[in-house]
Design a protein around this ligand. Structure first.
Ligand code: GLC
Length: 454
């Protein structure tokens, strides 16, 4: 290079240019290398080794057979089977083995934590409840999905913003939204024309109508001491204008609104129009009693519409409608639920795992799970699909999108399980008559504050 510099002006100019371009190129390479080094260091080593292996495997031999394990809670609808079948037909070299986890999300959570914290590669992909991402991301249990999302050009703006935000922590995307949930009200159209508008109306109608058309109960809800109790309680609390944690992360649960809400909840749980063992009811018990035709009204998630119209299981096909939950003093409120798909950081097949995640959370997978499983899509465009609209009148109804979008989230925190445990214990004690709503509100306030201050 130096000898070129000594030659004539033009060469010198050219050489200077060449030199500077080369330096520039070298610099760019250097920066790229540094950048990818540092981002690899940011991530966990294992994930990068395994994903690098995965990439090689899928590049070199696309058809090399691989089996991935997909864990999710009990699905009482044919939705999951149908999505897996469609995926395996499209990707014949990837076999998906299903691992069924407990129906109770809290029990599933604990099993995942045991498995993931031991860095086991037993499962590759799993369904995560909307309340887990902050905790799982902080514990480094799962792969960040940003690089997969970018590589495949997935537009996260196609998804409901709330569901994307719920899976984002520290600026990274840890999960893909699979379906969203909001608490909804079911009623029997062979018994009533219009659902009750308020909790007080519900109480009146449920006690009057129980016994009609072979029913035994007026109302079914989830009152067992588990996560579902919190979603039911939050609906009562919000419908009376209360909150657990406010937008500034202050605990504000000890309020007259909470007390009123818990009193109303207790009135319903201890009434004679609910099953005597309602404090053992989760979603499955609700669904079983409901599809047997045992109740006039019920609270559950959107999937119960698919079960209600399942000719093989249900006694009440075509006799069911959904609506918003009854209102308290402040209005009607639905709890935000939903599930997303995550990849185990220690999966040995991250590429195949991503292929499955992409499918199940993409338009094809979500449509199947809406049609076969009654699940509410997180991709807004699917609500314009006539087949999806055919699943239930609420999917067809723009008001339902509103219910889904305005659903009330549970407190977002890496220590959410602790917050939930506190609430489960305190609220259960109200329902079983072991303490007053005032005591529960005060105890929740103190205990949640203490847990969050740790
Ligand atoms: C549903 C919801 C989930 C919630 C659970 C409670 O599965 O989607 O978010 O935690 O019910 O039982």
């Amino acid at each position: 290079m130096k000898s070129a510099l000594k030659k004539g002006g033009i060469t010198l100019k050219f050489s200077k240019l060449a030199l500077s371009s080369m330096l520039l190129i070298a610099l760019v390479f250097f920066l790229v290398a540094c950048n990818s080094d540092s981002s690899e260091q940011d991530n966990n080593d294992e994930s990068d080794t395994s994903s690098a292996n995965g990439e090689q495997a899928s590049e070199g031999s696309e058809e090399e057979p691989v089996t991935i394990v997909y864990a999710r809670g009990v699905d009482t609808t044919p939705g999951t089977e149908a999505v897996i079948k469609a995926f395996e037909e499209k990707f014949p070299h990837i076999k998906v083995e299903q691992r069924e986890m407990p129906a109770d999300t809290g029990q599933s959570h604990d099993q995942y934590v045991t498995l993931l914290s031991s860095q086991s590669s037993e499962i590759d992909v799993f369904n995560a409840d909307v309340i887990w991402p902050a905790e799982f991301a902080q514990a480094n249990y799962v792969l960040e999905l940003d690089r997969f999302i970018e590589k495949d050009g997935i537009n996260m703006d196609d998804y409901f913003p709330g569901t994307v935000a719920a899976a984002n922590f520290n600026g990274k995307q840890w999960a893909m939204p699979q379906y969203t949930d909001a608490g909804v009200f079911y009623y029997r159209t062979d018994i009533v024309d219009e659902p009750p508008a308020t909790w007080d109306e519900l109480i009146e109608m449920a006690s009057e109508l129980k016994g009609e058309n072979g029913t035994e109960y007026g109302y079914l809800m989830q009152a067992a001491q588990y996560e579902g109790l919190i979603t039911n309680a939050i609906e009562f609390i919000a419908s009376y204008g209360g909150e657990v944690v406010d937008e500034n992360n202050n605990v504000v649960v000890d309020s007259p609104e909470t007390i009123k809400a818990l009193d109303k909840m207790k009135e319903i749980v201890t009434s004679d129009f609910v099953p005597e063992n309602i404090v053992n009811f989760m979603e499955i018990e609700t669904e079983n009693a409901w599809i047997e035709g045992n109740a006039v009204f019920a609270r559950n998630w959107p999937y119960m519409m698919a079960s209600s119209n399942d000719e093989e299981r249900s006694e009440i096909v075509d006799n069911v409608e959904m609506s918003r939950l009854p209102a308290g003093d402040e209005g009607t409120a639905a709890s935000l639920g939903g599930w997303m798909t995550m990849i185990n950081r220690y999966s040995e097949h991250p590429e195949a795992a991503w292929e499955f995640v992409k499918f199940i959370s993409g338009p094809e997978g979500q449509k199947i799970s809406a049609l076969e499983g009654g699940r509410a899509p997180t991709l807004s465009a699917l609500y314009d699909d006539p087949e999806v609209q055919g699943v239930s009148s609420l999917f067809a109804n723009p008001e339902f999108r509103e219910v889904l979008q305005s659903a009330v989230p549970r407190p977002v925190s890496p220590i959410y399980p602790e917050v939930s445990d506190i609430m489960q214990i305190e609220i259960s004690k109200v329902l079983t008559g072991d303490q007053t709503s005032e005591e529960a509100a005060k105890n929740m306030q103190e205990k949640i504050e203490a847990a969050m201050a740790e």
